[in-house]
Design a protein around this ligand. Structure first.
Ligand SMILES: *Cc1c(COP(=O)(O)O)cnc(C)c1O
Length: 357
């Protein structure tokens, strides 16, 4: 499942740990998503991975970027001064509310009042937190995000000529497949606004690295649900960039403790926190570059160099692994390096390599 060109690059890397980003794979994937969506607008949720090289590839395919802070806004505006930005995020400061935008996703009636008080122009989507069942989601975004119907009703009379209501925004959950998302979309598009942003959250399966979200089914389904003249937009993050990144490292030790086999790898979850936050086994390939002592075809737990039992990449996975082997973790292109606690234990930071063809 990890592309041969990534594995070839991995064994040649002078220094590990390192991240390898397969830009042609990202380009191809984003082109496929774009085609499948037909008339639905596509924004990329920058928080999934703000790496500038990735953003440059994505910029060829997306209509705009969704940014969730002043920091992301500055980063993306510097790279692409002319691309539409949707500004979201709970807890926006007054300075953030003043930032130029194509759309701003307002999270509460008080936030709308503070936006009005800035005296600037704004094009608003109200972020709804509708009371809809989302079964099978990896993470539901209820709780503090957006507003319920009472909050929306409170906002409606506040709009002016300069602070305009454009439509609705919803980001309900993460890890939903196309039929689940389409069922939600059917309800939400029916509320009948000129413009609806349906958010991200398209399923990514770390247990089944070959599986892909059904973009054609989703794009076709949305086209069928869309009313005449209605603008529909989505803003995926993970399902766009997860697949193009790999984290490459090397085995420092293999040992058995109370009968359990462990491979200790350079680096750790302070570089790749995804398996800890999601509670999964990060998919990997072992390349036999070592030849040191090891274990053959038995369950092994792969851990990093951190002094905590939580520093686990994958637990009890049947594999062969020797000291000096190269381990390549796949699906490390989203919510990986940028969500990790980089300075814990002060080990060296990984290098970043980009495959251009
Ligand atoms: C995180 C987030 C996204 C992207 O979610 P993914 O699960 O990465 O697709 C989109 N919209 C909002 C508002 C978000 O908070």
């Amino acid at each position: 499942m990890i592309a041969p060109r990534v594995l070839e690059a991995a064994v040649r890397l002078p220094d590990v740990p390192a991240y390898v980003y397969d830009l042609p794979a990202l380009d191809e994937h984003a082109a496929h998503v774009r085609r499948a969506l037909a008339g639905t607008e596509l924004y990329y949720a920058v928080k999934a991975n703000p790496d500038a090289e990735l953003l440059r590839v994505l910029a060829r395919h997306v209509d705009g970027f969704e940014v969730s802070s002043g920091g992301e806004h500055a980063h993306v505006s510097a790279l692409f001064p002319d691309r539409p930005l949707a500004l979201g995020g709970p807890g926006k400061t007054d300075d953030e509310l003043r930032l130029p935008h194509h759309r701003i996703h307002v999270e509460s009636p008080n936030e709308l009042r503070r936006l009005l008080a800035t005296g600037g122009d704004a094009d608003v989507l109200l972020r709804m937190n509708p009371d809809l069942p989302v079964e099978g989601a990896a993470l539901t975004m209820s709780g503090p995000f957006g507003m319920d119907d009472a909050g929306v009703q409170e906002c409606l009379p506040l709009f002016t000529d300069r602070v305009r209501l454009r439509g609705l925004h919803v980001h309900l959950a993460s890890g939903l497949d196309a039929p689940q998302l389409l069922r939600l979309a059917a309800t939400l598009l029916d509320i009948g606004h000129d413009e609806v942003n349906l958010g991200g959250g398209m399923a990514v399966s770390y247990a089944d690295p070959g599986a892909r979200f059904d973009w054609s089914g989703y794009g076709g389904g949305l086209a069928a649900l869309r009313r005449a003249g209605q603008r529909v937009r989505i803003e995926p993050g993970r399902a766009l960039t997860a697949y193009c990144g790999s984290y490459v490292t090397r085995v420092v030790d293999v040992k058995r403790v109370h009968g359990e086999a462990y491979a200790i790898l350079l680096g750790g979850t302070h570089h790749l926190r995804t398996p800890v936050t999601k509670g999964h086994d990060q998919p990997f390939t072992v390349l036999p570059t070592g030849g040191g002592p090891g274990v053959t075809d038995e369950p092994v737990t792969l851990v990093g160099q951190l002094c905590t039992p939580k520093d686990v990449f994958a637990r009890n996975i049947r594999t062969s692994v020797r000291v000096g082997d190269t381990v390549v973790f796949g699906m490390a292109g989203a919510y990986a390096w940028n969500i990790s606690h980089h300075d814990f234990l002060m080990h060296p930071k990984p290098r970043f390599h980009y495959l251009y063809r």
